[in-house]
Structures are given as C-alpha cells and as structure tokens.
Design a protein around this ligand. Structure first.
Ligand code: 5GP
Length: 201
C-alpha cells in the first residue's frame, strides 16, 4: 500500500461582513502561508483610492460583467450593496488542478453557490467580536458614505443568518490570532481522511 495526499489543491472560501478585516487577515496569512493563491474577483464597483485593476479586482462595466455571466466565465456571482462581484472560473480551476490551494474572499450569496458547485470546498466565516466594532472598523476605513456604511451593516446582519452553512467560524478580535486559527484549519483540512489516497501496490 502507498499513501499519498490528493494532488489537487483545496478551495478555501472566506466570508464575513464588510469591514470585519478579511483583507487584513488575508494579508497576514499571505506571509505565513505564501503557498496559498488568492483569486482576484471581478467587480463593477468603482476602485477605492489606492486600489489597482487586476491586483485588488478586475474592474469591469456592468455590460462586461453581464457578458462574463452569459459566457459562464464566473464560478459564482452576486449583487452586493448595488454592485456586482464574481469569481473568474478559468484561473481558479486551473490553479486547483495544478495542486495549489486557492482562497476566495467572497460574500455569503457567493459562498452558497460555491458550496453547490464544489461541495468539498472549505467554508470559513470571519466574525467581528461585536457589531459596534464592525461599525468602527468601516468608519475608520473612511471609504464609504454614511448611506453605504448603513447598507453594509444591514447586509452584515443578514449574512450572520447563514453562519450554520459554514464549516468553521473565526472571530477576528486580534488579527494574528485569527490568522493562526485559519492556518490551523487549512493544515487540518489537508489531513482529512477523505483527502488521502491509498494505492494498492
Ligand atoms: P468590497 O466592496 O468591500 O471590496 O466587497 C464587498 C463584499 O463583496 C465583501 O463582502 C467581499 O467579500 C465581497 N466580494 C468580493 N469579491 C467577491 C466575489 O467575487 N464574489 C462575491 N460573491 N462576493 C465578493
């Protein structure tokens, strides 16, 4: 008998309300686990100050986005507070096939679609320690108008309803600790019995 781990990479979905710190946590995670590959999403949202096309997002018009949907170029897509967001299919599938783990930082609506299409993916929900803290973090970021901030807080309240659809919940009270928890999840997920291949020799 020969034991080996499966060749294809893990698809790891990280969701959590706007402002919870997904970006900051993932930035730390990149340093700790440089082998992880991050999918760059497509969006119709306008770039924030400092955001770069192809690095933070592929910024598209609504028309271009709808064409990508029609052509089946997206694994999942969702409308979030007035803008479209989606995950490019070709890059994710090729990277997984090449044996690399891929991280998707997407909202709950998108995560539920991924769950249908990729039932073996790993679903992690990042929670703020309190709603007050979430508001403070979005305010501190200073990128959203009061109206959009309130819409994002409302969206967050809806997202919590889907917590039980996720495999893991990580509370982001402290970035380093949240990062270590996600790291532990990824390491353990690779060792699951159903991901081991036993070959008779
Ligand atoms: P933001 O505008 O703050 O960059 O993102 C707003 C929300 O959209 C966040 O919850 C973020 O995780 C989510 N998001 C980013 N990319 C995607 C994507 O490709 N698909 C989906 N469904 N949500 C996304």
């Amino acid at each position: 008998m020969k034991a080996q781990y499966q060749n294809s990479g893990l698809l790891i979905v990280i969701s959590g309300p706007s402002g919870v710190g997904k970006g900051t946590v993932c930035k730390h995670l990149r340093k700790k686990m440089p082998q992880l590959v991050y999918s760059v999403s497509v969006t119709t949202r306008a770039p924030r100050k400092g955001e770069k096309d192809r690095v933070n997002y592929f910024f598209k018009t609504v028309q271009e986005f709808k064409q990508m949907i029609r052509e089946g170029q997206l694994i999942e897509w969702a409308q979030y507070v007035g803008n479209y967001y989606g995950t490019p299919r070709e890059f994710v599938e090729r990277t997984l096939k090449d044996g690399h783990d891929v991280i998707l930082e997407i909202d709950v609506q998108g995560a539920l679609q991924v769950k249908k299409a990729y039932p073996n993916a790993v679903f992690i929900f990042l929670l703020p320690p309190t709603t007050d803290e979430l508001r403070k973090r979005i305010e501190h970021r200073g990128t959203e108008s009061q109206k959009v901030l309130n819409q994002r807080l409302q969206a967050a309240a809806k997202e919590y309803e889907f917590l039980d659809r996720y495999d893991y919940v990580v509370i982001n009270d402290e970035v380093e600790q949240a990062c270590e928890r996600i790291q532990s999840i990824i390491v353990a997920e690779h060792l699951r019995a159903d991901r081991i291949i036993l070959v008779n020799q």
